[in-house]
Design a protein around this ligand. Structure first.
Ligand code: MN
Length: 137
């Protein structure tokens, strides 16, 4: 049996690409996490404050407020500054790694990102069971 995430762990997935959003949310839910989805930076800030997720997966290139600015804002808010935020970006450049650290991202995944890598990174920060991630479906 696949180990499941403890009940009650919620991930806020911020991703404007529908295909990626469906893939990542499906695999996370399959693993046992509750997933809340945001399509842009404004929704991301609203949901981070109202839902108080255990972790945020933050695409950098999103409409309205980009992932850099949204994360900077979340890090300045006492209610959200301790939430782990994992950057999802197409830019695997050294400059972006430095910038990711500066704005307060907890860690960084460079696209293309295998669904199993997303699950592994979520587990790394908030737990949710040991062992292999679920098989691809
Ligand atoms: Mn995007």
């Amino acid at each position: 049996m696949e180990p499941s995430a403890p009940a009650g762990l919620t991930v806020l997935l911020v991703e404007d690409n529908e295909d990626n959003r469906i893939i990542y949310s499906t695999v996370l839910r399959h693993t046992g996490y509750a997933v809340v989805e945001a399509l842009d930076g404004v929704q991301a800030l609203e949901l981070a404050r109202s839902v108080r997720p255990d972790l945020i997966l933050m695409d950098i290139s999103i409409p309205e407020i980009d992932g850099w600015e949204a994360t900077r804002i979340l890090r300045q808010d006492a209610e959200t500054r301790d939430i782990p935020i994992v950057a999802l970006t197409a830019h695997a450049l050294a400059d972006d790694r430095e910038r990711a650290t500066l704005v307060g991202f907890t860690s960084y995944l460079a696209k293309p990102i295998e669904p199993r890598a997303v699950v592994a990174e979520v587990r790394r920060w908030i737990g949710g069971g040991a062992g292999a991630p679920p098989p691809a479906t």
